[in-house]
Every structure is written in C-alpha cells, then in structure tokens.
Design a protein. Structure first.
Length: 125
C-alpha cells in the first residue's frame, strides 16, 4: 500500500470535517494535507447560509455549482449560480458570504490553504 495515495468519497469524507476534504487542517501525514490549496464538497440544505461574512480575505477562491441554486454575496454584487457548472472566482481582498436558495452541492477550491477562517458553528446567524 502506498501511503501517499488516498481514495475516498467526497460526500462521505466531507461529512467528517465540515465539508473540507483537502487542506492545511488534515494531519501532516495524510495525502489530503496541503498548505497550497483546500477543497470543500459543500452540501447545503435550503436556506443554509454563512454565519458571517469573510472579511480580510487572503485567498483566491473558485466555487462551482454541482446541483441546486446557490447565491454568493460579494461587495456590491450578488452572483446566482443556478445551472450545473456555473462558477464564480474571486481574489484576495474580496469579502464574501453565501446562501443556498435550494438544496445545493458546491465544490469550493481555495488557495493558499491558511488557518483562521472557520466560523464557530454555535454562533447564531
């Protein structure tokens, strides 16, 4: 067995780490550990929204709609992803938030992978 190979299922693995399947937050000896990039398989029920805006963004992000209807809020702009494959990219310094208008699955890729952006799940919306 090669310890530098990992085979999994995004839906199952994502449930173990708030959707994140690759990034700095994985153990150093896990092939899914990366300081360069992080990937999330996000499954969101209707009405699910980010608890607070991300401010002072240090990463670039790509968000691709797999299914559903998902809105990304950016300063002065609202982007609706409604067809499979619709995507939005934003760069460093762009604050953002989001809401699932319907049950949605989205793939998010961010780089670099840096700590400090998790929202406490216990906080009210």
């Amino acid at each position: 067995m090669n310890d530098s190979v990992y085979v999994g299922n995004a839906g199952k693995d994502a449930a173990l780490d708030r959707g994140w399947i690759l990034g700095h937050f994985k153990e150093a000896d896990d092939p899914r550990h990366s300081d360069a990039v992080e990937i999330k398989w996000g499954v969101h029920p209707p009405g699910d929204e980010r608890a607070e805006w991300v401010r002072g963004e240090e990463r670039t992000a790509l968000l691709v709609l797999i299914s559903g209807r998902f809105r990304v809020e950016l300063p002065g702009r609202s982007v609706l992803l409604e067809r499979q494959g619709d995507y939005v990219v934003w760069g460093r310094g762009v604050d953002h938030s989001w809401i699932a208008e319907e049950e949605s699955v989205v793939l998010t890729v961010r780089w670099p992978s840096v700590p400090g952006y998790a929202v406490d799940a216990a906080r009210p919306h």
